[in-house]
Design a protein around this ligand. Sequence first.
Ligand SMILES: Nc1ncnc2c1ncn2[C@@H]1O[C@H](COP(=O)(O)OP(=O)(O)O)[C@@H](O)[C@H]1O
Ligand SMILES: [Mg+2]
Length: 293
Amino acid sequence: MPRVISVTGQKGGIGKTTSTVHIASRLADMGFKTCIIDFDTTQSNATRSVIGPIWEGPEKVRGICDVMANGGSLDEVFYATHRENLFIIPSEKKDARGANYNIEALLNQLGLEGFNLLKELIEESQELSSCHFVLIDNAPSLGITTVSSLLAADYFIIPVQTSDLSMESIGDTITAGLKVKKMQNPYLEPLGFFVASMDKRPKMAKKAVVELGELSEKTGIHFFETMIPISSKFGFLPRDKKTIYDITKTSERGHREYLALVDEILEQIKEIETNETQNESQGHNHKTARREV
Ligand SMILES: Nc1ncnc2c1ncn2[C@@H]1O[C@H](COP(=O)(O)OP(=O)(O)O)[C@@H](O)[C@H]1O
Ligand SMILES: [Mg+2]
């Protein structure tokens, strides 16, 4: 079974989609079979960044919305990308008649079933079960789509932008994740939060790092050492369906840090799972048991 990582954050524009695409692409480049699920179904920016705006072409390409609304399996909407080992379950935004999907409303209508729909679809997918990693990109909210993504996940990770407002919202995102863990998904583990675009002003950056360190101490949630700097290059990537790895050298800003961030994520996963294995040998129930189911 794959490790499912939900990239969450209450606010828009904090780097969820950019980091989902860059973490997933790096994992793919390292040889891990990796799939992105674009679950920000109103914006579909991950889809746009990886395979382009599939809803604009003359041929209707099916995605996760059609499967959720009309039934079927995620295997039917599991697409290869131009990157080896990287796959995507896209969000197609519009239905066959050109009307926008409203997945939030659809899941709400389904009630309890709606909360669990993504989890069930992931668990039933043969293609996803053959992946090492699945990364879910989420809408900028803590609504039903994000909660259902946390229900389906083994881990959640929170990108942070070092502006005051987003600092405030991280606390809410952590609380939401921990609530889902406590009430519904005991297998969910917080991987931590990381700076996805670091303020260029040294004073602001320093203040943000101190505050994030304090938040980490208070909540016990890991604060990643690696911080992604601001680089104007990120802005042009989605249009060209490229990543920072495709257009810069390994040593360049942004590229270098994303490589280090993924190493740190893998270390963090290893540490959590080693602890779990130790707990298991002491008789505790845990995630690897679920993975074998
Ligand atoms: N490190 C960075 N430096 C500069 N711009 C960035 C960086 N990370 C993301 N961006 C840009 O910020 C904007 C918002 O990022 P995005 O990943 O779409 O956020 P979200 O998915 O949280 O809404 C995008 O235009 C993106 O290209
Ligand atoms: Mg986004």
